[in-house]
Design a protein around this ligand. Structure first.
Ligand SMILES: Cc1cc2nc3c(=O)[nH]c(=O)nc-3n(C[C@H](O)[C@H](O)[C@H](O)COP(=O)(O)OP(=O)(O)OC[C@H]3O[C@@H](n4cnc5c(N)ncnc54)[C@H](O)[C@@H]3O)c2cc1C
Length: 377
Protein backbone atom coordinates (compact mmCIF):
# COMPACT_ATOMS: atom_id res chain seq x y z
CA UNK A 1 0.00 0.00 0.00
CA UNK A 2 1.25 3.49 -0.86
CA UNK A 3 1.91 6.33 1.55
CA UNK A 4 0.69 9.78 0.58
CA UNK A 5 3.62 12.03 -0.04
CA UNK A 6 2.37 14.38 -2.70
CA UNK A 7 0.65 17.64 -3.13
CA UNK A 8 -0.49 16.90 -6.67
CA UNK A 9 -0.90 13.52 -8.20
CA UNK A 10 -2.36 12.69 -11.56
CA UNK A 11 -3.72 9.40 -12.77
CA UNK A 12 -5.98 7.96 -15.42
CA UNK A 13 -8.60 6.62 -13.02
CA UNK A 14 -9.29 7.63 -9.45
CA UNK A 15 -11.62 5.45 -7.39
CA UNK A 16 -12.92 7.06 -4.20
CA UNK A 17 -13.95 4.63 -1.44
CA UNK A 18 -12.25 1.34 -0.61
CA UNK A 19 -15.30 -0.79 0.15
CA UNK A 20 -15.77 -3.97 -1.87
CA UNK A 21 -17.22 -1.99 -4.80
CA UNK A 22 -14.42 0.59 -4.97
CA UNK A 23 -11.69 -2.00 -4.43
CA UNK A 24 -13.03 -4.39 -7.06
CA UNK A 25 -13.71 -1.60 -9.52
CA UNK A 26 -10.12 -0.30 -9.17
CA UNK A 27 -8.78 -3.82 -9.70
CA UNK A 28 -11.10 -4.41 -12.67
CA UNK A 29 -10.20 -1.11 -14.33
CA UNK A 30 -6.49 -1.75 -13.93
CA UNK A 31 -6.80 -5.31 -15.26
CA UNK A 32 -8.62 -3.97 -18.29
CA UNK A 33 -5.90 -1.46 -19.01
CA UNK A 34 -2.66 -2.49 -17.26
CA UNK A 35 -0.59 0.47 -18.49
CA UNK A 36 -2.99 3.04 -17.00
CA UNK A 37 -2.43 4.57 -13.58
CA UNK A 38 -5.26 3.66 -11.21
CA UNK A 39 -5.44 5.14 -7.71
CA UNK A 40 -7.83 4.10 -4.93
CA UNK A 41 -8.34 6.38 -1.90
CA UNK A 42 -9.98 5.22 1.34
CA UNK A 43 -10.55 7.39 4.38
CA UNK A 44 -10.12 4.59 6.93
CA UNK A 45 -6.78 2.94 7.62
CA UNK A 46 -7.93 -0.30 6.03
CA UNK A 47 -10.15 -1.23 3.10
CA UNK A 48 -13.59 -2.83 3.54
CA UNK A 49 -14.31 -1.90 7.12
CA UNK A 50 -17.74 -0.36 6.58
CA UNK A 51 -20.83 -1.80 4.87
CA UNK A 52 -18.68 -4.41 3.13
CA UNK A 53 -17.98 -5.88 6.56
CA UNK A 54 -21.03 -4.81 8.59
CA UNK A 55 -23.59 -6.88 6.75
CA UNK A 56 -25.19 -10.28 6.88
CA UNK A 57 -22.63 -11.98 4.63
CA UNK A 58 -25.24 -13.75 2.55
CA UNK A 59 -24.19 -14.71 -0.95
CA UNK A 60 -27.53 -14.24 -2.59
CA UNK A 61 -28.74 -16.97 -4.90
CA UNK A 62 -32.11 -15.49 -5.82
CA UNK A 63 -34.36 -16.91 -3.07
CA UNK A 64 -34.58 -13.64 -1.19
CA UNK A 65 -36.29 -11.75 -4.01
CA UNK A 66 -39.65 -13.33 -4.93
CA UNK A 67 -40.96 -9.80 -5.51
CA UNK A 68 -38.17 -8.76 -7.89
CA UNK A 69 -37.69 -11.25 -10.67
CA UNK A 70 -34.81 -9.30 -12.21
CA UNK A 71 -32.85 -9.17 -8.94
CA UNK A 72 -33.50 -12.88 -8.40
CA UNK A 73 -32.28 -13.84 -11.87
CA UNK A 74 -29.22 -11.61 -11.68
CA UNK A 75 -28.39 -13.12 -8.25
CA UNK A 76 -28.48 -16.62 -9.77
CA UNK A 77 -25.84 -15.68 -12.35
CA UNK A 78 -23.73 -13.61 -9.98
CA UNK A 79 -23.78 -16.34 -7.30
CA UNK A 80 -21.94 -18.69 -9.67
CA UNK A 81 -19.32 -16.08 -10.56
CA UNK A 82 -18.77 -14.89 -6.99
CA UNK A 83 -18.48 -18.36 -5.47
CA UNK A 84 -15.99 -19.29 -8.19
CA UNK A 85 -13.83 -16.14 -8.11
CA UNK A 86 -13.79 -15.91 -4.31
CA UNK A 87 -14.01 -19.61 -3.47
CA UNK A 88 -11.49 -19.28 -0.61
CA UNK A 89 -13.85 -16.81 1.12
CA UNK A 90 -17.02 -18.88 0.79
CA UNK A 91 -18.46 -20.76 3.74
CA UNK A 92 -20.46 -23.75 2.50
CA UNK A 93 -20.36 -26.15 5.42
CA UNK A 94 -23.81 -25.36 6.75
CA UNK A 95 -27.35 -26.03 5.58
CA UNK A 96 -29.64 -23.17 4.64
CA UNK A 97 -33.42 -23.19 5.05
CA UNK A 98 -36.13 -20.79 3.93
CA UNK A 99 -39.44 -20.92 5.79
CA UNK A 100 -42.76 -19.40 4.78
CA UNK A 101 -44.92 -17.90 7.49
CA UNK A 102 -48.66 -18.56 7.61
CA UNK A 103 -49.37 -15.05 8.90
CA UNK A 104 -48.41 -11.68 7.41
CA UNK A 105 -46.38 -13.25 4.62
CA UNK A 106 -46.26 -11.58 1.23
CA UNK A 107 -45.69 -14.98 -0.36
CA UNK A 108 -47.30 -18.40 0.11
CA UNK A 109 -45.39 -21.70 -0.01
CA UNK A 110 -46.96 -22.52 -3.38
CA UNK A 111 -45.88 -19.16 -4.78
CA UNK A 112 -42.39 -19.54 -3.37
CA UNK A 113 -42.04 -23.00 -4.92
CA UNK A 114 -43.23 -21.73 -8.30
CA UNK A 115 -40.89 -18.74 -8.12
CA UNK A 116 -37.89 -21.00 -7.39
CA UNK A 117 -38.86 -23.21 -10.32
CA UNK A 118 -38.95 -20.15 -12.56
CA UNK A 119 -35.51 -18.94 -11.55
CA UNK A 120 -34.24 -22.56 -11.55
CA UNK A 121 -33.04 -22.34 -7.96
CA UNK A 122 -32.71 -25.72 -6.22
CA UNK A 123 -35.35 -26.28 -3.55
CA UNK A 124 -36.48 -29.29 -1.56
CA UNK A 125 -38.59 -29.88 1.55
CA UNK A 126 -36.55 -29.63 4.75
CA UNK A 127 -36.02 -32.96 6.54
CA UNK A 128 -38.52 -33.69 9.32
CA UNK A 129 -35.91 -33.13 12.04
CA UNK A 130 -35.40 -29.56 10.82
CA UNK A 131 -39.09 -28.86 10.18
CA UNK A 132 -39.81 -29.90 13.78
CA UNK A 133 -37.70 -26.98 15.04
CA UNK A 134 -40.42 -24.63 13.76
CA UNK A 135 -43.76 -23.84 15.35
CA UNK A 136 -46.07 -25.15 12.66
CA UNK A 137 -48.96 -22.97 13.90
CA UNK A 138 -47.02 -20.07 12.43
CA UNK A 139 -44.89 -21.68 9.73
CA UNK A 140 -46.51 -23.10 6.61
CA UNK A 141 -43.52 -24.88 5.09
CA UNK A 142 -39.74 -25.15 5.40
CA UNK A 143 -37.44 -25.63 2.40
CA UNK A 144 -33.80 -26.53 2.06
CA UNK A 145 -32.00 -24.23 -0.39
CA UNK A 146 -28.52 -23.61 -1.75
CA UNK A 147 -27.15 -20.44 -0.25
CA UNK A 148 -23.74 -19.65 1.27
CA UNK A 149 -22.02 -17.02 3.39
CA UNK A 150 -18.83 -15.11 2.69
CA UNK A 151 -16.04 -14.42 5.16
CA UNK A 152 -15.55 -10.64 5.02
CA UNK A 153 -12.06 -10.86 6.55
CA UNK A 154 -10.91 -13.34 3.90
CA UNK A 155 -12.60 -11.28 1.21
CA UNK A 156 -10.63 -8.22 2.35
CA UNK A 157 -7.39 -10.21 2.22
CA UNK A 158 -8.16 -11.47 -1.24
CA UNK A 159 -9.00 -7.95 -2.47
CA UNK A 160 -5.76 -6.59 -1.01
CA UNK A 161 -3.85 -9.24 -2.97
CA UNK A 162 -5.75 -8.44 -6.17
CA UNK A 163 -5.03 -4.72 -5.75
CA UNK A 164 -1.35 -5.25 -5.08
CA UNK A 165 -0.84 -7.81 -7.82
CA UNK A 166 -2.63 -5.73 -10.42
CA UNK A 167 -0.67 -2.58 -9.54
CA UNK A 168 -3.47 -0.36 -8.21
CA UNK A 169 -2.03 2.38 -5.97
CA UNK A 170 -3.98 2.37 -2.72
CA UNK A 171 -3.88 5.39 -0.42
CA UNK A 172 -5.36 4.69 3.01
CA UNK A 173 -6.33 7.29 5.61
CA UNK A 174 -7.18 9.63 2.77
CA UNK A 175 -10.55 11.35 2.61
CA UNK A 176 -11.95 12.95 -0.55
CA UNK A 177 -13.49 16.28 0.43
CA UNK A 178 -14.38 17.96 -2.84
CA UNK A 179 -14.59 17.23 -6.54
CA UNK A 180 -13.44 20.03 -8.85
CA UNK A 181 -15.29 19.88 -12.12
CA UNK A 182 -12.29 20.84 -14.27
CA UNK A 183 -10.89 18.90 -17.18
CA UNK A 184 -9.21 16.69 -16.19
CA UNK A 185 -11.26 16.28 -13.02
CA UNK A 186 -9.66 17.20 -9.70
CA UNK A 187 -10.40 15.73 -6.30
CA UNK A 188 -9.25 17.48 -3.13
CA UNK A 189 -8.19 14.94 -0.53
CA UNK A 190 -7.25 15.24 3.11
CA UNK A 191 -4.83 12.92 4.76
CA UNK A 192 -4.20 13.86 8.38
CA UNK A 193 -0.92 11.96 8.61
CA UNK A 194 0.62 13.71 5.63
CA UNK A 195 -0.26 16.83 3.74
CA UNK A 196 -3.49 18.47 4.90
CA UNK A 197 -4.80 19.20 1.39
CA UNK A 198 -3.75 17.62 -1.86
CA UNK A 199 -5.21 17.44 -5.31
CA UNK A 200 -5.53 14.29 -7.36
CA UNK A 201 -6.40 14.84 -10.98
CA UNK A 202 -7.85 12.09 -13.12
CA UNK A 203 -9.52 11.58 -16.46
CA UNK A 204 -12.10 9.35 -14.81
CA UNK A 205 -13.38 9.41 -11.25
CA UNK A 206 -15.55 6.70 -9.70
CA UNK A 207 -17.33 7.67 -6.48
CA UNK A 208 -17.99 4.45 -4.50
CA UNK A 209 -19.01 5.82 -1.11
CA UNK A 210 -22.30 4.02 -0.49
CA UNK A 211 -23.90 5.79 2.51
CA UNK A 212 -21.61 8.83 2.23
CA UNK A 213 -22.05 9.45 -1.50
CA UNK A 214 -24.22 12.55 -1.14
CA UNK A 215 -21.86 14.09 1.39
CA UNK A 216 -19.12 14.37 -1.23
CA UNK A 217 -21.52 15.41 -3.99
CA UNK A 218 -23.01 18.20 -1.84
CA UNK A 219 -19.59 19.49 -0.83
CA UNK A 220 -18.78 19.66 -4.55
CA UNK A 221 -21.92 21.60 -5.54
CA UNK A 222 -23.43 18.58 -7.30
CA UNK A 223 -27.12 17.80 -6.63
CA UNK A 224 -27.71 14.91 -4.24
CA UNK A 225 -28.90 11.56 -5.53
CA UNK A 226 -32.26 10.32 -4.34
CA UNK A 227 -31.13 7.81 -1.71
CA UNK A 228 -32.92 6.25 1.23
CA UNK A 229 -30.87 5.37 4.30
CA UNK A 230 -31.53 3.06 7.23
CA UNK A 231 -29.58 2.84 10.45
CA UNK A 232 -29.23 -0.91 10.88
CA UNK A 233 -28.26 -3.34 13.59
CA UNK A 234 -27.01 -6.84 12.84
CA UNK A 235 -26.71 -8.85 16.05
CA UNK A 236 -23.87 -11.33 16.40
CA UNK A 237 -25.06 -14.25 18.50
CA UNK A 238 -24.08 -17.64 19.77
CA UNK A 239 -26.75 -20.16 18.82
CA UNK A 240 -27.60 -23.41 20.62
CA UNK A 241 -25.95 -26.59 19.30
CA UNK A 242 -29.10 -27.71 17.45
CA UNK A 243 -28.85 -24.58 15.23
CA UNK A 244 -25.06 -24.36 14.87
CA UNK A 245 -24.68 -25.77 11.38
CA UNK A 246 -27.59 -24.08 9.79
CA UNK A 247 -29.04 -20.78 8.70
CA UNK A 248 -32.72 -19.81 8.44
CA UNK A 249 -34.58 -17.06 6.61
CA UNK A 250 -38.31 -16.62 7.09
CA UNK A 251 -39.98 -15.16 4.02
CA UNK A 252 -41.33 -12.57 3.09
CA UNK A 253 -42.49 -9.85 5.42
CA UNK A 254 -41.76 -8.71 9.01
CA UNK A 255 -39.66 -11.77 9.87
CA UNK A 256 -36.04 -12.68 10.54
CA UNK A 257 -32.86 -14.42 9.45
CA UNK A 258 -29.93 -16.02 11.17
CA UNK A 259 -26.94 -17.56 9.47
CA UNK A 260 -23.22 -18.11 10.04
CA UNK A 261 -21.09 -14.97 10.21
CA UNK A 262 -17.66 -16.44 9.44
CA UNK A 263 -15.27 -13.73 10.77
CA UNK A 264 -16.73 -14.11 14.28
CA UNK A 265 -17.36 -17.86 14.06
CA UNK A 266 -20.85 -17.09 15.31
CA UNK A 267 -24.18 -16.27 13.66
CA UNK A 268 -25.66 -13.01 12.46
CA UNK A 269 -29.25 -12.34 13.47
CA UNK A 270 -31.45 -9.74 11.79
CA UNK A 271 -35.12 -8.89 11.85
CA UNK A 272 -37.01 -7.01 9.16
CA UNK A 273 -38.87 -4.98 11.78
CA UNK A 274 -36.07 -4.32 14.29
CA UNK A 275 -32.82 -4.30 12.32
CA UNK A 276 -33.61 -0.88 10.82
CA UNK A 277 -33.65 1.53 13.78
CA UNK A 278 -34.68 4.54 11.71
CA UNK A 279 -34.94 5.66 8.12
CA UNK A 280 -34.25 8.92 6.32
CA UNK A 281 -33.95 10.33 2.81
CA UNK A 282 -30.75 12.17 1.95
CA UNK A 283 -32.53 14.88 0.00
CA UNK A 284 -34.45 15.95 3.11
CA UNK A 285 -31.69 15.37 5.67
CA UNK A 286 -30.15 18.34 7.46
CA UNK A 287 -27.17 16.47 8.92
CA UNK A 288 -24.40 14.60 7.20
CA UNK A 289 -24.70 10.81 7.26
CA UNK A 290 -21.22 10.48 8.78
CA UNK A 291 -22.39 12.67 11.69
CA UNK A 292 -25.61 10.69 12.11
CA UNK A 293 -23.55 7.48 12.16
CA UNK A 294 -21.08 8.85 14.74
CA UNK A 295 -23.66 10.30 17.13
CA UNK A 296 -26.43 7.70 16.98
CA UNK A 297 -27.10 6.10 20.38
CA UNK A 298 -26.59 2.40 19.89
CA UNK A 299 -29.38 0.84 21.88
CA UNK A 300 -29.70 -2.81 20.86
CA UNK A 301 -33.04 -4.26 19.75
CA UNK A 302 -31.79 -7.82 20.34
CA UNK A 303 -34.38 -8.63 23.03
CA UNK A 304 -37.24 -7.58 20.77
CA UNK A 305 -35.80 -9.55 17.85
CA UNK A 306 -35.38 -12.63 20.00
CA UNK A 307 -38.84 -12.42 21.52
CA UNK A 308 -40.57 -12.12 18.18
CA UNK A 309 -38.48 -14.73 16.35
CA UNK A 310 -38.75 -17.35 19.09
CA UNK A 311 -42.51 -17.59 18.41
CA UNK A 312 -41.58 -19.26 15.13
CA UNK A 313 -38.49 -21.17 16.31
CA UNK A 314 -38.64 -21.68 20.10
CA UNK A 315 -34.88 -22.51 20.30
CA UNK A 316 -34.11 -18.87 19.40
CA UNK A 317 -34.93 -18.14 23.05
CA UNK A 318 -31.46 -19.63 23.77
CA UNK A 319 -29.54 -17.19 21.51
CA UNK A 320 -26.73 -15.51 23.43
CA UNK A 321 -26.03 -11.93 22.41
CA UNK A 322 -22.36 -11.08 21.79
CA UNK A 323 -22.35 -7.73 20.02
CA UNK A 324 -23.95 -5.70 17.24
CA UNK A 325 -22.67 -4.49 13.91
CA UNK A 326 -24.10 -1.04 13.24
CA UNK A 327 -24.20 0.29 9.71
CA UNK A 328 -26.09 2.62 7.43
CA UNK A 329 -27.86 0.68 4.69
CA UNK A 330 -28.31 2.61 1.48
CA UNK A 331 -31.32 1.84 -0.66
CA UNK A 332 -32.67 3.19 -3.90
CA UNK A 333 -36.23 4.47 -3.32
CA UNK A 334 -37.35 2.13 -6.13
CA UNK A 335 -36.59 -0.78 -3.75
CA UNK A 336 -39.71 0.23 -1.79
CA UNK A 337 -41.84 -1.10 -4.64
CA UNK A 338 -40.39 -4.58 -5.15
CA UNK A 339 -37.52 -5.00 -2.66
CA UNK A 340 -35.11 -5.27 -5.62
CA UNK A 341 -31.38 -4.55 -5.18
CA UNK A 342 -30.07 -3.22 -8.49
CA UNK A 343 -26.68 -1.59 -8.76
CA UNK A 344 -26.88 2.13 -9.45
CA UNK A 345 -24.37 3.39 -11.99
CA UNK A 346 -24.47 7.03 -13.09
CA UNK A 347 -22.08 7.94 -15.85
CA UNK A 348 -21.01 11.58 -16.38
CA UNK A 349 -23.09 12.61 -13.39
CA UNK A 350 -24.80 16.00 -13.75
CA UNK A 351 -23.15 16.40 -17.13
CA UNK A 352 -19.64 16.31 -15.64
CA UNK A 353 -17.52 14.42 -18.16
CA UNK A 354 -15.67 11.49 -16.53
CA UNK A 355 -17.50 11.64 -13.18
CA UNK A 356 -19.18 8.34 -12.35
CA UNK A 357 -21.09 7.23 -9.28
CA UNK A 358 -21.79 3.71 -8.09
CA UNK A 359 -24.11 2.43 -5.35
CA UNK A 360 -23.87 -1.31 -4.86
CA UNK A 361 -27.11 -2.89 -3.64
CA UNK A 362 -25.47 -6.17 -2.61
CA UNK A 363 -22.00 -7.64 -2.83
CA UNK A 364 -22.53 -10.00 -5.78
CA UNK A 365 -23.92 -7.37 -8.12
CA UNK A 366 -20.37 -6.12 -8.61
CA UNK A 367 -20.55 -8.23 -11.79
CA UNK A 368 -23.52 -6.25 -13.09
CA UNK A 369 -21.46 -3.11 -12.56
CA UNK A 370 -18.47 -4.57 -14.39
CA UNK A 371 -20.79 -5.46 -17.26
CA UNK A 372 -21.95 -1.83 -17.48
CA UNK A 373 -18.39 -0.52 -17.34
CA UNK A 374 -17.16 -2.93 -20.00
CA UNK A 375 -19.92 -1.60 -22.28
CA UNK A 376 -18.66 1.98 -22.02
CA UNK A 377 -14.92 1.26 -22.37
C1 LIG B 1 -27.26 -4.43 7.49
C2 LIG B 1 -26.83 -4.77 6.09
C3 LIG B 1 -26.96 -6.08 5.65
C4 LIG B 1 -26.55 -6.41 4.36
N1 LIG B 1 -26.57 -7.71 4.00
C5 LIG B 1 -26.03 -8.08 2.82
C6 LIG B 1 -25.87 -9.45 2.50
O1 LIG B 1 -26.18 -10.34 3.30
N2 LIG B 1 -25.35 -9.76 1.28
C7 LIG B 1 -24.97 -8.80 0.37
O2 LIG B 1 -24.52 -9.14 -0.71
N3 LIG B 1 -25.08 -7.48 0.67
C8 LIG B 1 -25.57 -7.11 1.88
N4 LIG B 1 -25.66 -5.78 2.20
C9 LIG B 1 -25.28 -4.77 1.19
C10 LIG B 1 -23.75 -4.65 1.08
O3 LIG B 1 -23.19 -4.57 2.36
C11 LIG B 1 -23.41 -3.41 0.26
O4 LIG B 1 -24.04 -3.50 -1.00
C12 LIG B 1 -21.92 -3.28 0.00
O5 LIG B 1 -21.16 -3.50 1.15
C13 LIG B 1 -21.62 -1.88 -0.54
O6 LIG B 1 -20.22 -1.82 -0.74
P1 LIG B 1 -19.54 -0.43 -0.99
O7 LIG B 1 -18.15 -0.67 -1.34
O8 LIG B 1 -20.37 0.33 -1.96
O9 LIG B 1 -19.72 0.34 0.41
P2 LIG B 1 -18.75 0.39 1.71
O10 LIG B 1 -18.24 -0.94 2.05
O11 LIG B 1 -19.49 1.15 2.77
O12 LIG B 1 -17.54 1.24 1.20
C14 LIG B 1 -17.56 2.67 1.11
C15 LIG B 1 -16.16 3.10 1.53
O13 LIG B 1 -16.02 4.51 1.29
C16 LIG B 1 -15.22 5.03 2.35
N5 LIG B 1 -15.44 6.48 2.37
C17 LIG B 1 -16.55 7.15 2.76
N6 LIG B 1 -16.40 8.47 2.54
C18 LIG B 1 -15.15 8.65 2.01
C19 LIG B 1 -14.44 9.78 1.52
N7 LIG B 1 -14.99 11.00 1.54
N8 LIG B 1 -13.19 9.60 1.01
C20 LIG B 1 -12.62 8.35 0.97
N9 LIG B 1 -13.28 7.25 1.41
C21 LIG B 1 -14.52 7.39 1.90
C22 LIG B 1 -15.74 4.31 3.57
O14 LIG B 1 -14.83 4.36 4.65
C23 LIG B 1 -15.92 2.89 3.02
O15 LIG B 1 -14.77 2.09 3.19
C24 LIG B 1 -26.06 -5.40 3.48
C25 LIG B 1 -25.91 -4.09 3.93
C26 LIG B 1 -26.26 -3.78 5.24
C27 LIG B 1 -26.01 -2.39 5.73
Amino acid sequence: MLSLSMQRLSCNTLVIGGGFFGAYLAFYTKSFSPSSRVVLVEKENEIMKRASYNNQARIHNGYHYPRSFVTALRSRDNFKRFTEEFKECVKKDFKKYYAVSRINSKVTSAQFRLFCERIKAPLKPAPGKIASLFNRDYVEEVFQVKEYAFDADLLRQQMRTKLTDSGVEVILGCKAVKIKKNSPLGVVVKSPKQLPNSLISAQKVFVCLYAETNELLSASGIPKLDLKQQMTETCIVEVPDELKNLGVTVMCGPFFSFMPFPPEKMHSFTHVRYTPHFTWYDKRAKRKNSEIFRSFIRDSAFIKMKKDASRLIPLIEKFKYKKSLWEIKTLLPVSDLDDGRPVLFKQNLSGVEGLNVVIGGKIDNIYDLCGRIAEIK
